[in-house]
Design a protein around this ligand. Sequence first.
Ligand SMILES: *Cc1c(COP(=O)(O)O)cnc(C)c1O
Length: 231
Amino acid sequence: MSITSQAVQEFRKRLQSLSGGRPVQLVAVSKTQPPERLREAYAAGLRAFGENYLNEALDKQAALADLPIEWHFIGPLQSNKTRSVAGHFAWVHSVDRLKLAERLSAQRPPALPPLQVCIQVNVSGEASKSGIAPSALPALAHAVATLPRLRLRGLMAIPEASTDPHLLRSRFAQLRALCGQLQAQGLALDTLSMGMSADYAQALAEGATLVRIGSALFGARSPQTAPERTP
Ligand SMILES: *Cc1c(COP(=O)(O)O)cnc(C)c1O
């Protein structure tokens, strides 16, 4: 399946109608896709790409250095990878510990603008999942907001895989409510990073401002490389 500008335009229209006309940031999740596919996607009008695996992302960034792509790191983050992430991405969606945030802030190169970050929240409560527990979120968010080289933009979540639209909506609604609480406490958050290929309609209905879309744009990946939530 090749990506055409018509397909991208139609997809953006669909996002906007599901969001009730609010603008929606579209991050194309390009993990496992070779650089030529990203080049094709860029030519079709996509500008922001999301990657989960650092080494794979760095290889693609080198191959696509001529394009002004906005790179988003969306995968699980390890302390020993923060320096590369801080130097090579515009956004990180998966901050879930203060130590990671402190390292990203300290290691963000001075020549680059502040790193845009979202805190990942474990809204489904699954023990195996990344993300901070909702009860611990306020303390983390207020601490991250003070770090000089980060700009805390909002929250990110990946609910459990489910075919129940009501369950999915309740998870996304929870993330929106958590964001609202933090805003009421004075944090200037503007981003709800929620919604993937299978659940973006529910996420947009609950106020997503940014969706992370892989297979609906690029076609199916092999099963080993499915999102974190898939066994
Ligand atoms: C893979 C992945 C996505 C995109 O998944 P699709 O189902 O292909 O849209 C979004 N977010 C994260 C964190 C992912 O790992």
